[in-house]
Write a protein that binds this ligand. Structure first.
Ligand SMILES: [Zn+2]
Length: 253
């Protein structure tokens, strides 16, 4: 209590309510009192000495004691903090594992996956880091009810933060993957096959569960993309967000 100056001899001692021996949470006033003056404010505050259940004694502001704000010497808060951190019951859970891994991917340059996460500027929400990071993560995301699910970012270029994350199956996640660096067509599932005798050819395919379904070979990129999009709508019920400009292809390829 650094802001408090102990007043050596109180000038006027008012009659004070006798609460000696009553119990306030873990605290029992001993009957000893003292006044203090807050720096700056100049207001006199009555403190009561209390014995805590843990064996320590401490001085507590009377109003806080009577109002139920102070219930222990500080041991109660400490215990609750420890409990929140260690006894969340999720130490070896899927949720905890996901939380550890996402932090590793984004923050540990020695992590194998760092280049695709932290290295690309993907961050972890402040709420999901540090002392209460896991508790916040769990309360934001809720428990993961399906063993096959893991944490997915809705926008694959976005951060790990409450609004951008959901529990999702691996299949859903692979549909939402960022387009590969070596993809020249600008769309997942559409590949440039190189030039034939006269024409350049494009192939489209789609994954459905574990199967890869070939959609055909096309003369133009646009046709292959159209086939892929039609297949996404048919097999997945939605379009992926992966279409981008693609890499300029050397016409001699
Ligand atoms: Zn205590």
């Amino acid at each position: 209590m650094a802001e408090i100056i102990i007043e050596q001899t109180p000038s006027k001692v008012k009659t004070i309510k006798n609460i000696t021996g009553q119990k306030f949470g873990r605290l029992t006033p001993t009957g000893n009192t003292k006044y203090v003056i807050y720096k700056g404010g100049g207001r006199r505050v009555l403190l009561r000495e209390c014995l805590c259940e843990c064996g320590k004694s401490c001085y507590v502001i009377t109003q806080r004691l009577l109002g139920g704000n102070t219930k222990s010497c500080g041991c109660l808060k400490r215990e609750q903090t420890i409990q929140r951190n260690t006894k969340h019951g999720y130490a070896k859970s899927k949720e905890h594992d996901c939380w550890v891994r996402l932090n590793q991917r984004c923050k540990n340059p020695n992590n194998k996956a760092y280049a695709n996460y932290g290295g690309r500027g993907i961050k972890v929400s402040d709420r999901w880091q540090g002392k209460f990071g896991f508790i916040n993560f769990l309360s934001d995301m809720g428990p993961c009810h399906n063993k096959a699910y893991s944490i997915e970012r809705i926008d694959v270029n976005g951060d790990y933060e409450p609004a951008n994350c959901k529990w999702a199956s691996d299949i859903e996640q692979s549909r939402n993957h960022r387009i590969r660096k070596d993809n020249v067509t600008g769309m997942s599932g559409v590949y440039f096959l190189g030039a034939g005798k006269r024409v350049r050819r494009w192939q489209a395919c789609i994954s459905d569960g574990n199967k890869t379904i070939y959609l055909g070979i096309f003369l133009t990129r646009e046709e292959a993309i159209a086939a892929r999009q039609e297949a996404e709508a048919r097999y997945w019920g939605r379009l992926s967000k992966n279409l981008c400009q693609g890499v300029q292809i050397n016409s001699n390829a």
